[in-house]
Design a protein around this ligand. Sequence first.
Ligand code: SF4
Ligand code: SF4
Length: 343
Amino acid sequence: MDSLAFQIKSAALAVGYEKCGIIKIADMAGYEDKLNERMEYLPQTKPFYERFRGFAHLQDTYSWAKSVVVCVEQYGKYQMPDHLQGLVGKAYLFDSRIDEHTAGYQASLQFEAAMQKMGLKTEAKRKFGITAVRWAAVKAGLGIVRRNNFFYTESGSWVHLEAWLIDQELELIDTPTVKACSEHCNRCVKACPTASLAKPYTMNPLSCISFLTTFGGRDLPQETYNAQMGGWIYGCDACQDVCPMNKNRWEATGEFPFLAEISEHISLEKILSMDYELLQQILTAKFFYITKDDVWKWKVNVINAMVNEYQEKYKEAIYAACNNSHAKVRKMAEWAVKKLNLS
Ligand code: SF4
Ligand code: SF4
């Protein structure tokens, strides 16, 4: 093993990463075939996937880059507020990408500084990733991608991945010890509410609830899958929650910084009645896929969830939303009144 590669891995483990591997930059090239395969199977996803093509050609932008360092951070070790189960995806609740209070964010900074101290030039994109991290992690032998498309280590799928480019050609490949999916298991495909996971390893991102509750789903009254979105208001865990390979993989030993405080503000009724400034302050700082300018999207998602899981106590809140200051929210609330036959 190259001693610099070994030093990098030791530095990653020392700051708390579960795993670390290194692949040569040329190993990212195969990612393009995967992208092409996806776009051929689902041509409507072409505009979505096309923007990731650069992940396979990193040297076009970073001519100095020689290798990709990829690390795994386990997040399935924090206490989960019960009332957020089925409402907000766990990857977003325990997201350390932009929150400097979290151990994951600090680990990322420390690890990057350690690599630079070793004389390496580094580059990362902490928010959305500098390359295709699942592809890189599989190539580095850190785990496997299962039939639900999620990356798994021995900790299940409750892990975040992070990647850095470095200017030295190194390689550090692990051997995954996790068992492959049984050919007879189809639980994730069956559990997908929108059939976005149409068959094993094949997911249409445009109909995935994680997309529809964040970047997509901007006209929910007309959205084909609005009923199938159920009670989710940001993200979806259905295909991970049912997976037997995630059974007993959530350890819940620690508290995630400020999650208890933020989660007190998260309920369908509270979000629908919250003023926009507070919504921006509380939710946008953590759940950054919905930007400050688009916080109305939270209310629209909430009304959709109220319609799908209707209770009498939501009636007044839906009526009140018919007079909301944002036209998108008013339209959604009026749609809900008709859909539920409230008037
Ligand atoms: S996250 Fe939800 S909607 Fe997306 S593929 Fe999984 S089960 Fe389907
Ligand atoms: S539910 Fe079954 S098929 Fe799907 S990822 Fe888990 S083990 Fe694999």
